[in-house]
Write a protein that binds this ligand. Sequence first.
Ligand code: PEP
Ligand code: MN
Length: 342
Amino acid sequence: MIVVMSKDSTPEQLAVVESRIENRPGLSPQVFQGIERVVVGVLGSIPPDLGDEMALLPGVMEVVRISKPYKMASREFHPDNSIVMIGDVAVGGPDPVVMAGPCSVEDEEQMVSTAQAVKASGAKVLRGGAFKPRTSPYSFRGMGLDGLKLLNLAKQETGLPIITEVMTPGDVDTVARYSDVLQVGARNMQNYNLLDAVGETRMPVMVKRGLAASYEEWLLAAEYVMAGGNTNVILCERGIRSFESFTRFTMDVAAIPVIKRLSHLPIVGDPSHSTGHWYLVTPVALSAIAAGAHGLLIEVHPNPDLAKCDGPQSLTFENFDLLMNQVRAVNSSLSSVPVAAS
Ligand code: PEP
Ligand code: MN
């Protein structure tokens, strides 16, 4: 349930709404100061009489019951698109934000040269894994803290903000110190302790879709982060498991408009992990942009043949530059034509 305050409501009236919610066992209020209005989300199992009690309080404009199991992540809760700021980069607005870099951090030269190249081509955020979830325990599992330090160095050199994965609740503080966006990987989408831990921060969090997660499960993962008070959530469609094994996963392009209908949160597409082949990355990236994605996550490596992780799906600097030109072309041509109301 959400309680929408009227435009001329006072802070005292808001405080009364909050305390009435707090007085009910098991309920807590979450206040959102929108540009147009203040809304109070009621978290917990809603008793049947609460709506009437709230509707009668001074300063309350309306009470909206949310039918979906995810509340704060739902479009009903927040009809306008949410914008998540990564420094001064806005994710969720009209300009797609491209986050690019290697699968994993390997050394200084690799990170700094990639950061410079992707920045020159128009990427706004630098990616690179320091803590890597690997299917086999014998694969390269990342440089850990040393990798975070190299990401930070590349940020100092280029000014690009950093997105990197955090795998355990115990690492959240350390990863948060060296990065601008916390990535929750596909394999951890239902690690509820991790979702709680990143929800305690106020940093942007990108929640990747689990390998076999439904839209509802994915949005409930976002809800975990938001229920902790962190509304800075970005979703990432990175492909799901299907019977087809030629591609690494199957990119669910329809997820992009579906999520935009169900939720106000920004959504980006990951054509690298969803396809597994570098020559499929650009066409699938363009399809995600055409479907309305707010951005892309792209793996780029100075020498994909030598990459310690995900080389076959990594773009060279040259191919990343070509991709960026095509992304801009698709985005600008589509933004100048009318679209059907949905
Ligand atoms: C990644 O982005 O580095 C990654 C491991 O992706 P995913 O969690 O989608 O497999
Ligand atoms: Mn990867």
